[in-house]
Structures are given as C-alpha cells and as structure tokens.
Unconditional design. Structure first.
Length: 368
C-alpha cells in the first residue's frame, strides 16, 4: 500500500482535537443511540470525497484526519472474486479505464438492477488488471479542484481499507471504524460472484466479525441483510432511498417500497434483522417543490422508539446539493451555508451523518 501523506501536522492535530469518539456497539452488539452530549457520528462518505476522488485510500485517510469516526467503502467484486471499493461496478466514470486501449474491447452494456448500463465493469477485470487503472473525480463539473488528483491513486481492496483504518487508529489515537456497503447484491449473486460470503470472510480474517467491532454493514436491499444476520456479529443498517423500492423486492414481485419500510410496521420488521436505518435526508426533513426544507417527519422518533438508530445521507457543502434555504448563490459548485443545514438535521436527534466534507460535519457537531 502506498502511504501518501495528504495533510500536514496542523490538520492532523485539528482532527484529533476535534474528534468525538463514539462507541459503535454495546456489549450485546446493538448500536448505542448517540447522546446529544456526544453528538452524531460522522461517517466519511466514500472518504473525504469533497476533497479527493472518492473511494481511494487518499480520500479515506483525509476523512479520518478531518475527524470522521467511520470511513465508508462501497463494495463491488472483481472477476477473481476480490472485494474492491467503487461506488458502482461500472468504472468508466471513476477511473481512467477509457484511456487504456488494452481494455477497449471490454466496454459493454449490461442490465444492472433492471437498468441498462454501458461501460466497463469490475467483474470483467482481475484485481491485477484493476490495479493498473487510476481513480478519477466522478463529478468534475462540481468539484473541478479534485481533478488535480486524477491519475494518482489506485482502486483499493477492502483489506487495504481495513489496514489503513488500523494504521490511522494507531497514529491518531482514536478508533477509525469502517462502514462497508454491499452494492447490487442481487446482481452479483445472479452472476455467481456473491458479495456476502466474501465480506464475511474478510471481516472474520481481520478479527472484525465480533460484537463491539467498530463496523457497520449497510445495504439498499433487504434479503442480503437478512442472510448476513446469521453470519455477522456487527450491526446491520437498512438503507432507505427517497423513492423507489429495494431491487430484491422488485425482482421477487414484492410490491412494497422504501416508503413502506419507514412506516411503524416496516420499522418493526427492520428491527428483526438490522440495528439501524440509513435514510436519505428527505426522509427526515423533506423539501417542498422549490427546494426549501419543510417540517421534519417522525422517522427519527419512530425508529428510536423501535430501538433503531438513524444515519442520514448525504451531506455536501456545494450549493447544488443544499436545500434552497442554505444556497448562497446560483453557482452550483460554490459552497453554501452547510452549517445551517447541519443545525437543522442535528436538531432532529439523528445518530449519524454521511458527509463528503467530514471536517464541516465535525465542526458543526462541535459547535452545537
């Protein structure tokens, strides 16, 4: 693993000083609801993806140094069965694969979760081949400064992310947890490359498949979390999108949607196999047709009543991602009043936030 020094001693000192150490699990393995005194967890969403190309060791390291409690690798699988960190299995938008003539013939169209997608896919590459590629910024029109780092970082394996978290735990003097997401689990099961046994194996070999390990495992689907319940001893989190339905429901002909999962009945079912809900922000505070925040829903209270924690996604500093209340200009790439948004969401009592700019989330938490 290439150990790239990302920030200076001053930033490292700031991260240590500003960090709030929160336990990820009780002795029984269930997550503790963060108290208002400690504040919500800060999860580095794909690392510090507001500052470095996402899902790179550089992005994860910067997130930890900025004070994130957890770093979040999205997991997909290679042709030879290795788990790697990418937002999607299609890598045309996050690597320089298009510039490699030796891989031109692998560009293809596949149906992923019912939608045709054209590009290059991790399951068509061995790990050794993926390691010849370099990461690129996924949304350069919004984050042009991140393109400075295009071509510098490899696609990391889950083992490399774990090794990094352990090194930073020692260096920073506080536990850096990991928060992996299984991406497109039904799809990978259908092509004979299931994510779940590989994830269990990696966590077990790393000594992290145990009560009290600083690990959460999340998924937008339901069936694979139910399968993992008997295999993992770490908390599971059911992701809930702002619309649509889990793909495994769609494929099975189950008419329930994500909206059904956040009803009292749905939350009771989630509690039978998971310990938390990872909710899209507008499930907690919706926006009106003009993009302004409305009154909070009862989701946080309803989940807590049923013994579930709530982590919300995704918090970003740029105007284009902020509610209209907190945009400061018409420039989509300029920073808006992110602290105003954090204040609104922290006031709901939620237990954690996924943040592209972890330093902002930590500062908002510190200044509450």
């Amino acid at each position: 693993m290439v150990r790239t020094k990302i920030v200076g001693a001053a930033l490292a000192a700031l991260a240590v000083a500003g960090a709030v150490v929160l336990p990820s699990a009780t002795a029984s393995g269930d997550p503790e609801v963060a108290s208002s005194r400690k504040g919500p967890l800060v999860i580095g969403h794909r690392g510090a993806s507001g500052y470095r190309p996402e899902h790179t060791l550089a992005s994860y390291e910067l997130a930890a140094r900025m004070g994130a409690d957890y770093i979040e690798p999205d997991l997909v699988v290679t042709k030879d069965g290795k788990l790697v960190a990418r937002h999607e299995n299609e890598i045309g938008g996050t690597t320089d694969v298009a510039a490699h003539p030796e891989f031109a013939g692998r560009r293809t169209t596949k149906v992923i979760d019912g939608t045709p997608v054209t590009g290059w896919f991790t399951e068509d590459f061995t790990l050794a081949e993926l390691k010849t590629l370099r990461a690129e910024e996924r949304i350069p029109e919004v984050r042009p400064r991140n393109t400075l780092y295009d071509g510098r970082f490899q696609v990391p394996t889950l083992e490399e992310v774990i090794d990094l978290s352990r090194r930073l735990t020692r260096e920073l003097g506080r536990d850096i947890g990991i928060y992996p997401e299984t991406k497109h689990p039904t799809y990978f099961q259908d092509i004979g490359l299931p994510l779940e046994p590989r994830l269990v194996d990696v966590l077990t070999k790393a000594g992290l498949n145990r009560h009290g390990a600083k690990v959460y495992v999340q998924s937008f689907e339901v069936a694979n979390l139910k399968q993992l319940k008997s295999k993992l001893r770490v908390p599971l989190v059911q992701l809930v999108n702002s619309s649509g339905a889990p793909y495994d429901f769609v494929k099975a002909g189950d008419k329930r949607t994500y909206s059904d999962l956040v009803t009292p009945e749905g939350l009771r079912e989630i509690r039978t196999y998971a310990q938390g809900v990872g909710a899209a922000k507008d499930r907690i505070i919706p926006r009106d047709a003009a993009g302004f925040l409305r009154e909070p829903t009862t989701l946080v209270r309803d989940a807590h009543t049923r013994g579930l924690i709530v982590h919300a996604w995704t918090f970003r500093n740029e105007n284009t991602f902020l509610p209209a209340d907190f945009r400061t200009s018409t420039d989509p790439a300029a920073y808006g009043n992110a602290f105003g948004e954090y204040a609104k969401f922290y006031a709901t009592g939620l237990d954690g936030v996924f943040a592209d700019n972890p330093d902002t989330a930590v500062e908002a938490r510190t200044g509450r």
